[in-house]
Each structure stands twice: as structure tokens, then as C-alpha cells.
Design a binder for this molecule. Structure first.
Ligand code: FES
Ligand code: FES
Length: 210
């Protein structure tokens, strides 16, 4: 069993983040305003004696651009992207990991950014819909979605496209049935599924497998 002292400061468990959030709630009602104005500092975890930072310095790459900023430890990757970095392509549909509208890539793998703590991105690469077009134009998957009218309102589309690219790279786009299965985590309330499957079939041969 790993020594808790060996853990990195950003290697937070969900429980520790919740504990940190509880501490903030309690101090918010008990401390005077002057104390609340102080920068948030580490608080001991009652369970294991570790320190749980309430804010931390995050350093990562977003769409290839090095980015560093101080972040509240409770921040989700989705909120970080949308509210701190102005990258509003990833959408907040359910905020519970059930719709896929918030899908982005973390080190090339698709994740639901609403369920991913911003701290998990430290030192890693995040790619959003804003970062996939190349110097020569749209990403093949973007173009395929246009070609097949694979959207109506467009709210789910950034997440669909990010999931679709990952689906192809994972090798899960060999047949329409396989595409449907591995895209099942991305909900389209407009029902554009026929176009989405057709778009993925068109783009798949033009996307390199990882
Ligand atoms: S907003 Fe993240 S899965 Fe729905
Ligand atoms: S295009 Fe409207 S939710 Fe998918």
C-alpha cells in the first residue's frame, strides 16, 4: 500500500476534494470577512493527516499552448475551460457525466470534463474542439459533420466530434454498430444520430489510429 506521504499535491481523491469543500463551507460561515479575504491555504485532512490545498497552481497545455493559473481545488476541468479560459466549445449539458456534451481529450483520451477535476490536468495535454482544426482547415471529423448534416441545434456537437475522433483513434469505428456502441455516451436531443454515424464513417479513414 503506498505511503500517503509519497502522494503528489495534485493527486487528490474525490473524498479529499469534498472534504476541502466542506471546510470552505464551514469557514465561510464562521470566519470574519477579513479572514476570508486571505488566500486559501492548506487544511489538514482529519482522516490521514495529509494537507489538502484549497487552491493550487495548475500548469498544463491547452490545445498545445502552455497555460498556468491558480485554481480552486474544487474546480472541474469543464468550468476551468469555460469560465477561466474562455473555451466555451465544450458544453455543460447535464454536469453529471451522462450526456457527453462536455467531452474533451486529456492526453489524447476522451474524458467527461464535468467529472474531471481540473487538478487532474496538471502537467498534461488538454485538447478541446477549439484546438482540432489545422492550418489547412477543418479537422476531417468537423468537415464530415458538415457534409452529413450531423447536427441540428449544435449543442451536443463539440462533444460528439471530440468523442468521434477518440472513437476512431481507439479503433472502435469499424462498423455502424460499433460506432453506435462506442458513441452511446454522447446524447443528441435533436436525434441527429444517423448523420453522426455517417460522418464518423466518412472521417474514419482520414484519421490516424493511436
Ligand atoms: S455535461 Fe458532462 S457528461 Fe453531461
Ligand atoms: S444537434 Fe441538438 S442536441 Fe445534438
Amino acid at each position: 500500500m503506498p505511503d500517503p506521504q509519497d502522494r503528489q499535491p495534485f493527486d487528490l481523491t474525490r473524498r479529499q476534494v469534498l472534504e476541502a469543500g466542506t471546510i470552505v463551507s464551514l469557514t465561510g460561515t464562521m470566519l470574519p470577512a477579513a479572514a476570508l479575504a486571505q488566500p486559501a491555504g492548506p487544511r489538514p485532512s482529519p482522516e490521514n493527516g495529509m494537507t489538502v490545498p484549497l487552491s493550487f497552481h495548475l500548469s498544463f497545455r491547452v490545445n498545445g499552448r502552455p497555460t498556468a493559473l491558480d485554481v480552486d481545488a474544487r474546480t472541474s476541468l469543464l468550468d476551468l475551460l469555460r469560465e477561466r479560459l474562455g473555451l466555451v466549445g465544450a458544453k455543460k449539458g447535464c454536469d453529471h457525466g451522462q450526456c457527453g456534451a462536455c467531452t474533451v481529450h486529456l492526453d489524447g483520451r476522451r474524458v467527461a470534463s464535468c467529472l474531471t477535476m481540473a487538478a487532474k490536468a496538471n502537467g498534461r495535454d488538454v485538447t478541446t474542439i477549439e484546438g482540432i482544426a489545422g492550418a489547412n482547415g477543418l479537422h476531417p471529423m468537423q468537415q464530415a459533420f458538415i457534409d452529413h448534416d450531423a447536427l441540428q441545434c449544435g449543442y451536443c456537437t463539440p462533444g460528439q466530434i471530440m468523442a468521434a475522433i477518440a472513437c476512431v483513434k481507439e479503433g472502435h469505428a469499424s462498423t455502424p454498430e460499433q460506432i453506435k456502441e462506442y458513441m452511446s455516451g454522447n446524447i443528441c436531443r435533436c436525434g441527429a444520430y444517423v448523420g453522426i454515424v455517417a460522418a464518423i464513417e466518412q472521417a474514419a479513414p482520414r484519421i490516424e489510429r493511436s
